[in-house]
Write a protein that binds this ligand. Structure first.
Ligand SMILES: Nc1nc2c(ncn2[C@@H]2O[C@H](COP(=O)(O)OP(=O)(O)OP(=O)(O)O)[C@@H](O)[C@H]2O)c(=O)[nH]1
Ligand SMILES: *[C@@H]1O[C@H](CO)[C@@H](O)[C@H](O)[C@H]1NC(C)=O
Ligand SMILES: *[C@@H]1O[C@H](CO)[C@@H](O)[C@H](O)[C@H]1NC(C)=O
Ligand SMILES: [Mg+2]
Length: 370
């Protein structure tokens, strides 16, 4: 700790309610010779090649040129030779190209496609509400990327999700994978967001139904004491509604085995059976976030304060003077605590003890009343 202070590798942050949360310590550069079994995973279309190269350039220049982690690209169409050539040249690490077949990208037999088409018509005013491919994408990112044959073969302990057209603004002099491994972190994010556009109307109830059904069959997957979880990120004191808060999955560093757990596989299967990916427009972000919030200990999350990041209009730019020399963004434009679309205050508050925390498991808390 002292060493870090001398190093000036810390700064003060919000939210103002929680004084204990106000100091952020940067991981020290640490061991640059050890590598974690890990890499970047990207679902991307051939048509997004230029945007992909741009994202790769950022990731490589800010971080990976010193670490040489591999990249895995996935697509439900075969990648073109041009795509493979240019992305291979763009990185210092190895590249892998995987095909996503119909077992992971098509309608399950139980989906009524007439009803799905009607749903797209009804939701056409919502973001991607009329898109069929977006729904397959969200379902794939929720239920399948982590069991794609090539992903399994690579056997990565951690993955870092990247998308085309994202920006990384800060130089990273340490290895986030190693940081996560050494600190027993299982899920990390840079942007937490609230979106109330009506794409997941029945998701919360479905999640609570799942918890209720599994508890009835004496299988409590969510048996952590409520106070050890970040439940206040996803709901209120009585579990009435979903806050709509989620971590943006377009940046995500997580342990692969989080999704391979019995709990998640059973959770995903249950959600998938209800058809919500197609009859509504469930995103992988709320699904990953809800599960992680229910399943993980609060200490197993990590917010990368120091990773400046932008996706579409929104960005996180570290407010730290310590990082001025290594970030290329405007802290005045950060989402963090000022923007109403940010859920960061809620996240930070959820990490803190609260007088309302009941002495029960989160499974018991989320179970629907008889
Ligand atoms: N192979 C493939 N990738 C897709 C498809 N749809 C989306 N993706 C990828 O899935 C990720 C998210 O999709 P986007 O369409 O960019 O959605 P978004 O990022 O939520 O929205 P934007 O702000 O419009 O970029 C990106 O990595 C896309 O490249 C698809 O039909 N096929
Ligand atoms: C880094 O870790 C490796 C493997 O644990 C070890 O052999 C090496 O000595 C370490 N290097 C430093 C600088 O700590
Ligand atoms: C499929 O959905 C349509 C439209 O909602 C409905 O009319 C039809 O009866 C459904 N088919 C089946 C087999 O349930
Ligand atoms: Mg995008």
């Amino acid at each position: 700790m002292n060493e870090m202070m001398n190093d000036n590798r810390y700064w003060t942050t919000g939210p103002r309610l929680n004084p204990e949360q106000m100091t952020v310590h940067l991981p020290s550069p640490g061991n640059h010779t050890t590598r974690v079994k890990a890499g970047f995973v990207v679902l991307v279309r051939n048509s997004e090649l230029n945007e992909m190269i741009q994202s790769m350039n950022d990731v490589e220049h800010r971080f990976n040129k010193n670490f040489n982690y591999p990249w895995l690209f996935l697509n439900e169409e075969p990648f073109t030779e041009e795509f493979k050539e240019r992305t291979t040249i763009a990185t210092s690490g190895k590249t892998y190209y995987g095909f996503v077949d119909e077992s992971m990208w098509s309608y399950p037999t139980w989906i009524n496609q007439t009803q799905a088409a009607e749903a797209r018509e009804i939701m056409k005013g919502l973001p991607y509400g009329s898109s069929e491919s977006y729904r397959h994408m969200c379902r794939f990112q929720s239920g399948f990327f982590w069991r794609h044959p090539l992903f399994l073969e690579l056997n990565w302990e951690y993955y870092w999700r990247v998308e085309p057209s994202v920006r990384y603004y800060c130089d990273l002099d340490y290895d986030p994978f190693l940081y996560m491994k050494e600190n027993n972190k299982k899920y990390a994010f840079t942007i937490s967001f609230v979106e109330n556009s009506g794409t997941v109307p029945s998701l919360w109830h479905t999640v609570r139904n799942f918890v209720t059904a599994t508890m009835k069959s004496k299988q409590n997957y969510f048996d952590r004491p409520l106070k050890d979880t970040i439940y206040r990120f996803i709901t209120d004191y009585v579990a009435k509604d979903y806050t709509q808060c989620h971590f943006w999955t377009n940046f995500e560093i997580a342990r692969s085995d989080l999704w391979r757990s019995d709990a998640y596989q059973s959770f995903f299967t249950y959600l998938d059976m209800t058809g919500g990916f197609f009859y509504e427009r469930w995103g992988d972000a709320p699904i990953h976030s809800l599960f992680a919030a229910m399943y993980l200990h609060k200490d197993e999350f990590h917010y990368f304060h120091d990773i400046g990041y932008k996706h579409s209009f929104y960005q996180h730019c570290p407010e730290s003077e310590t990082l001025h020399d290594q970030c290329y963004c405007d802290p005045g434009k950060t989402l963090d605590y000022g923007d109403p679309m940010s859920c960061l205050s809620r996240y930070m508050n959820a990490l803190m003890p609260d007088e309302h925390d009941k002495d029960i498991t989160i499974g018991e808390f989320l179970q629907l009343p008889e």
